[in-house]
Design a protein around this ligand. Structure first.
Ligand SMILES: Nc1ncnc2c1ncn2[C@@H]1O[C@H](COP(=O)(O)OP(=O)(O)OP(=O)(O)O)[C@@H](O)[C@H]1O
Length: 236
C-alpha cells in the first residue's frame, strides 16, 4: 500500500491518497505533475510537507526501478549485457550468479539476441526493453515507468504489458498520455495542476455510468479484449 498524507512537493498538493498493490496509471495534461508525482514515490523528490509511505517504509528505504521516456540517457554501459548486469554488480553478487540472472532476464524479455550488442545501435523499443531489464533484474519493490510508452507501437506495448503482468512486483506506477494504456491499470489517478482530479479503481466496477469513458479502466479492458488476443480477457 502506498500512503500519501498532506503532501506538498513542487507543483503537487495532495491532502491524502492511498494506492493499493498492483498497477497504477497516472494521467493528466502536460505539466499537470505526473513526473513530479513519480519522483515523489521514488524518493528522488522529498516532500516539503507531509509524508509518503510505501509498504510501511519511506521511499528511500525501498528498491525502486525507474524507466523513463528516453532510457538511453540513464544508461551507464555500452554493452547490453553489462547494462543488465550493472545493478547486480553494484551489490557485489558473484560473477557466475550475475551471468545466470542476466541470461534469465534477457530470455524473459526476449532480448537474448541483443546481449552482445552496443546500446548505441539499438532501436527505441529495444532500448526500453534493456532499461526495463536493468530495472527488473534487481527485483524492485516499486517499478516506475515515466511515459515509457511514448514512442512505442501498440504491439510493443502489449509485449511490455504482458511482461509487467508477469513480474509480480508489488507496485507498478506508470505515467502516460495514451488513454488506451489504461487497460493494464488497476487504478488510475488523473492529475490537474498538481492536484488529484480523479482517482478511480477497477474495484469500483459499474460506477462509471456517469463518468468519462476515457478514464474508465473497465472500458479500456473491454476494448483491449475485443481487439486483441491478450490475456486480460477474464477481466472485462
Ligand atoms: N525542478 C523543478 N523546478 C521547478 N519547476 C519544476 C521542476 N520540476 C518540475 N517543475 C514544474 O512542475 C510542473 C509539473 O512538471 P511535471 O514534469 O511533473 O509535469 P508532467 O505532468 O510530467 O508533464 P509532461 O506531461 O509535460 O511530461 C511543470 O510546470 C514543471 O515546469
Amino acid at each position: 500500500m502506498i500512503r500519501i498524507e498532506s503532501v506538498k512537493a513542487g507543483i503537487l498538493s495532495i491532502p491524502s491518497c492511498l494506492i493499493s498493490q498492483g498497477i497504477c496509471a497516472i494521467t493528466g495534461s502536460n505539466g499537470s505533475g505526473k513526473t513530479t508525482f513519480l519522483k515523489l514515490l521514488s524518493g528522488i523528490l522529498t516532500p516539503a510537507e507531509g509524508t509518503v509511505c510505501i509498504n510501511g517504509k519511506e521511499p528511500s528505504d525501498l528498491k525502486v526501478g525507474w524507466v523513463g521516456e528516453y532510457p538511453d540517457r540513464n544508461m551507464l554501459f555500452t554493452r547490453v549485457f553489462d547494462e543488465l548486469a550493472s545493478p547486480l554488480r553494484f551489490v557485489k553478487l558473484p560473477c557466475k550468479e550475475i551471468e545466470k540472472e542476466v541470461i534469465r532476464c534477457a530470455k524473459d524479455l526476449e532480448i537474448s539476441h541483443l546481449l552482445c550488442r552496443d546500446i548505441h545501435g539499438l532501436s527505441g523499443g529495444e532500448l526500453v526493453l534493456v532499461a526495463f531489464g536493468a530495472a527488473l533484474i534487481a527485483k524492485p519493490d516499486l517499478l516506475i515507468l515515466d511515459e515509457t510508452d511514448s514512442h512505442l507501437d501498440d504491439e510493443f506495448c502489449t509485449h511490455l504489458d504482458l511482461i509487467i503482468k508477469k513480474t509480480g512486483i508489488g507496485h507498478v506506477v506508470f505515467s502516460t498520455h495514451r488513454p488506451e494504456r489504461i487497460a493494464i491499470a488497476d487504478e488510475i489517478i488523473t492529475l490537474k495542476e498538481g492536484r488529484i482530479l480523479r482517482h478511480s479503481s477497477l474495484s469500483e466496477k459499474g460506477s462509471y455510468a456517469y463518468r468519462e469513458y476515457l478514464d474508465d479502466p473497465w472500458f479500456w479492458r473491454r476494448i483491449y479484449a475485443e481487439t486483441t488476443s491478450g490475456d486480460f480477457r477474464e477481466n472485462p
